[in-house]
Write a protein that binds this ligand. Structure first.
Ligand code: V47
Length: 378
């Protein structure tokens, strides 16, 4: 039984307590400012603890962005570069392999790989990144390329989504990250990233990945020009595919960082908005096992609070993160395992290391082995 008492939340509270699904209209109620945030948090926490108990997951991971040169000009992006800009770069195979070596030295279980769409790099250049890393470091899980990139590879190779994903799996791809989702609704998408893969294509890539047995994540970029309706619509579209395939592991709400972007006139979302979006996401996405409070974008304090507002994961050690730091993130570049665990314990949760596929990791320093699969209750 919950302590909440607000009349506006009563019918929703009854449904959540009974484990029933919330509608679009109810999602819009949750978004209303008169709904007290602590009560919303308490409801989301009920779902979070039902699914994942007191545990909070983290992993030991690193990022790789092979190039920032990009043909697209998404207004929210501070990372992209033109080929001739001073900040433009392309990594060589040696540099990429050195990153793999560094990851293994640090005991990483995962490398998160995304980048710009470089108009002078062919399909095989991208495939080769996965191939050489997997060959040299087969123990490292490669979580790579968003649907925006997969769609680009389809154009480069004239292959279907399925064929491209099959090529990538054969090269060593482990799973897909959640990026490129932004906001699906065309009223927003057409204003912030009109050139790139639309919602239909984004879902086609994840559906095909799930059909091939791959797991993937999903995200939502919030706190820019979108309205509450667009966020709820976004969450319901994700919930619909998850009903169909069950292939999403975790949802990550991504707080917009405006510095050095085409939307630099907008303000970064407040911590209160971050917590509201976290809680609403947990309540609406009743079929996604995990919700992640990505500390890089939220900041440590808000990520800690988010562990009581629906989130059960804080991502990982992270290293070489550029997308948020180019856009003004003031969080550190990496957190040590000791610090990650301290952050979780301070938030009153029990830290548990996981791999990308949510299997428990048994670790002794940089040596590790995969244990049992962690199952979140439906
Ligand atoms: O798709 C880009 C977002 C995403 C900005 O799957 C921005 O585990 C805020 O998807 N302010 C990439 N957000 C990051 C991403 C991700 C991160 C961590 C873990 C996982 C996972 C996925 O970052 C992009 C876009 O939505 N983004 N620029 C910005 N200025």
């Amino acid at each position: 039984m919950l302590r909440t008492s607000s009349p506006i939340l009563k019918p929703i509270r009854d449904k959540v307590e009974a484990g029933e699904r919330l509608s679009l209209e109810e999602g819009l109620v949750l978004e209303r400012p008169e709904v007290p945030l602590p009560e919303l948090g308490e409801l989301a926490n009920l779902v979070r603890e039902r699914k994942n108990g007191n545990r909070a997951y983290y992993n030991i991971n690193t990022h790789l962005n092979p190039t920032n040169v990009c043909v697209y000009r998404c207004t929210f992006c501070a990372f992209r570069s033109d080929l001739r800009d001073a900040k433009g770069y392309v990594m060589s195979d040696e540099q990429i392999l050195a990153r793999g070596a560094e990851a293994v030295e640090h005991g990483c279980t995962e490398m998160h790989i995304v980048g710009g769409l470089h108009h002078q790099k062919d399909y095989d250049w991208h495939l080769n990144i996965i191939r050489i890393l997997h060959k040299a470091y087969p123990e490292l899980h490669l979580k790579a390329w968003t649907p925006v990139e997969i769609d680009w590879f389809c154009r480069l190779s004239k292959k279907s989504i399925r064929e491209v994903l099959q090529d990538l799996v054969a090269a060593g791809l482990g799973s897909l990250p959640g990026g490129g989702a932004e906001i699906f609704h065309p009223e927003v998408r057409n204003r912030i990233c009109e050139h790139k893969a639309d919602a239909r294509r984004w879902f086609e890539v994840h559906r095909t990945a799930h059909e091939l047995g791959l797991r993937s994540n999903c995200t939502m970029l919030y706190g820019h020009i979108e309205q509450p309706y667009h966020r709820i619509d976004h969450l319901l579209r994700l919930r619909e595919l998850q009903d169909e395939t069950g292939g999403f592991q975790t949802f990550i709400p991504l707080a917009f960082h405006p510095d050095n972007t085409g939307l630099s006139h907008t303000k970064k979302p407040s911590s209160l908005m971050d917590l509201r979006v976290m809680a609403v996401s947990r309540l609406m996405l009743d079929n996604v096992p995990h919700v992640k409070a990505y500390w890089i974008t939220l900041g440590i304090g808000t990520a800690q609070a988010a562990l009581s507002y629906g989130a059960d994961d804080i991502d990982g050690t992270v290293r070489h993160e550029l997308i948020y730091h180019d856009a003004g993130a003031t969080t550190p570049e990496t957190l040590s395992v000791e610090n990650l665990r301290r952050v979780i314990v301070e938030a009153g949760r029990e830290p548990m290391e996981r791999d990308t596929l949510y299997r428990h990791i048994e670790r002794n320093g940089t040596q590790w082995q995969t244990g049992a699969t962690i199952t979140a209750r439906a």
